[in-house]
Design a protein around this ligand. Structure first.
Ligand SMILES: NC(=O)c1ccc[n+]([C@@H]2O[C@H](COP(=O)([O-])OP(=O)(O)OC[C@H]3O[C@@H](n4cnc5c(N)ncnc54)[C@H](O)[C@@H]3O)[C@@H](O)[C@H]2O)c1
Ligand SMILES: [Zn+2]
Length: 525
């Protein structure tokens, strides 16, 4: 265990009992946060409330929690039901530890409280209503977790066992209120975990494409069968040119034919095209059903698996029709990458370099140190790379789910990159290749406006080149591409929000007049 585990949830969900058992199984200390606060204050929680008020208590609680967030020492920490109600500490706990929420129905909560002296929160004329209301108020915050476990009519031992399993999977949480989910990264996950993620579904539609289906659908189907699920398979034509409305229509027609209802589930097995299409089909079938992502390309793992963006193209307009619709879970099975064509794999490394620049200096160093291990797709190295990228994107997206300020930093390299991609008619360059050139352009442009140190630019160029990505701006039709900048939907008025890198892991946005960006781009070498 590499970090603390926080057990979150409402009163009487068994956090302390389960926490003790889980700590013993994991061989780490158990901590009851309320008890730690009491020890520190030298009096009982009720007294702290009486003398310092709830805000005084929360302050002490935050400090005590902060210790575990700072040191990241392995331990099982049972939290008070209100400890992670504020979003900042909750996001910190999700980033620095594991958070498992224990859930119970209002009836169970009341029954478990029955014998004991009533808790202060329940000392009201109508405790049933009080519990139901508090649970409803807190639902979204409790949902932001690595896992949520039902505790009704289950033994503490069984729940503790499940908690331990969650930790062993080392999931990455994408916090999105009640739509939160986890991404798992590892070798062989499609076979090992798909059944569990689809369990409970009345029917499963497995959506894949004509390249991936013959290679990997059998693994997914077998995994579902082991969970007593029969999947109906929809095999789409592979390629971006088929990312049109006709694709979700085929899925909806299959769903209709197979009687997929609101409790049915879709599984997307493929690259970003398949996951975008399937997510969109799921978002609109019966006004939204659950779906699971099993990305099979590096790009779909590091980029498309976080953020909940789904959709299809409309003629030349990329991703013009779509919806934000989070999956129930994502499995990044590194073994599926063994068959990905080289050009796509290498192209995705441009997004990896971008992500490292935005938020993970260690990842940048790791790529610099052993690019060969990445290029030969060493499974443990690739798993580390994928996990790190997902963590960075999950952090950004959790703080900014609907794309405003912070999320804009993810566009590093994309202003000029998109323009080059469009200029080349989406055929000469892949998206990743265009982004590689776009990253070089962003660095050079950042230098011109005095934000990016030249040494940083050199490192970025060297790394991209070593990874086999294009970096020669002089060979690109920059003047033609510059005219296309600002033609996309992200244009705000006459100025462009340009993302620049100041150091490894430190990027910022600057608003520049469109004309200036075009001029600077044209002059790049
Ligand atoms: N939703 C998001 O946030 C997001 C983020 C980035 C990209 N995207 C979308 O992703 C798409 C690009 O994704 P992509 O590069 O994965 O393209 P893709 O899905 O077209 O896959 C590339 C090619 O590789 C094949 N393939 C996929 N996995 C394979 C495997 N394991 N073995 C053999 N062949 C395999 C596919 O059939 C296809 O021919 C774009 O449409 C883009 O808009 C979405
Ligand atoms: Zn991109």
């Amino acid at each position: 265990m590499d970090r603390p585990l926080f057990l979150n949830g409402f009163m009487a969900t068994g956090k302390s009992t389960v926490g003790r058992l889980a700590a013993a199984r994991l061989g780490v200390p158990f901590v009851d946060l309320d008890a730690a606060v009491e020890a520190r204050a030298g009096c009982r929680v009720a007294e702290i409330f009486a003398t310092k008020g709830e805000s005084g208590f929360r302050q002490l609680e935050r400090e005590e929690l902060g210790r575990w967030l700072d040191t990241r020492e392995p331990a099982v920490v049972a939290l008070g039901g209100g400890a992670l109600l504020a979003r900042e500490p909750r996001l910190a706990a999700l980033r620095r530890g594991y958070v498992v929420t224990l859930e119970a129905t209002p009836a169970t909560v009341l029954a478990r409280n029955g014998g004991k002296a009533a808790r202060p929160l329940l000392a009201v004329p109508n405790p049933d209503r009080q519990v139901a209301e508090l649970l409803a108020q807190r639902r979204a915050s409790y949902a932001e977790a690595h896992a949520r476990l039902q505790t009704d009519e289950r033994s503490p031992q069984a729940i503790a066992e499940e908690v331990v399993e969650v930790v062993r999977r080392r999931p990455i949480a994408v916090a999105a209120g009640e739509s939160s989910y986890s991404v798992e990264v590892g070798v062989g996950l499609c076979a090992a975990r798909l059944g569990a993620l689809a369990r409970g579904a009345s029917r499963v539609l497995l959506v894949t494409d004509s390249n991936v289906g013959p290679l990997h659908a059998a693994t997914a189907i077998a995994a579902l069968e082991r969970a007593q699920l029969t999947a109906d398979v929809v095999r789409l034509d592979a390629g971006e040119e088929h990312k049109t409305l006709a694709a979700p229509q085929r899925i909806w027609e299959a769903a209709l034919a197979q009687g997929v209802d609101r409790s049915g589930r879709m599984v997307a097995l493929g690259g970003g095209v398949v996951t975008d299409i399937t997510g969109f089909a799921a978002a609109s079938w019966m006004r939204g059903i659950g779906w699971v992502g099993v990305p099979t390309t590096l790009l779909a793992m590091v980029d498309a698996s976080v953020g909940g963006k789904t959709g299809v193209d409309l003629g030349p307009a990329k991703n013009a029709v779509g919806a934000f619709w989070q999956p129930r879970g994502v499995l990044c099975d590194i073994s599926l990458l063994a068959t990905e064509p080289d050009r796509g794999f290498v192209s995705a490394l441009a997004e990896v370099v971008k992500t490292a620049l935005i938020g993970d200096p260690e990842l940048f160093l790791l790529l610099e140190k052993d690019p060969a291990a990445v290029l030969r797709r060493d499974p443990s190295v690739v798993a580390d790379v994928v996990s790190r990228c997902i963590q960075v994107k999950a952090d950004v997206v959790s703080r900014d789910e609907r794309e405003s300020g912070l999320r804009a930093t993810l566009n590093l390299g994309h202003t000029v990159g998109h323009a080059l991609e469009a200029q080349a008619g989406y055929s000469r360059l892949t998206h990743g290749e265009a982004i590689s050139l776009g990253l070089v352009a962003a660095c050079r442009l950042g230098e011109r406006i005095g934000r990016t140190p030249p040494e940083l630019s050199e490192r970025v160029v060297r790394l991209l080149r070593t990874l086999g990505l294009p970096v020669e701006l002089a060979k690109e039709p920059l003047a033609d591409a510059a005219r296309l900048i600002g033609h996309d939907k992200k244009r705000a008025g006459k100025s462009i929000r340009f993302v620049v890198a100041r150091a490894l892991g430190d990027v910022t946005t600057v608003d520049l007049p469109l004309a200036e960006v075009r001029e600077l781009t044209t002059a790049l070498r």
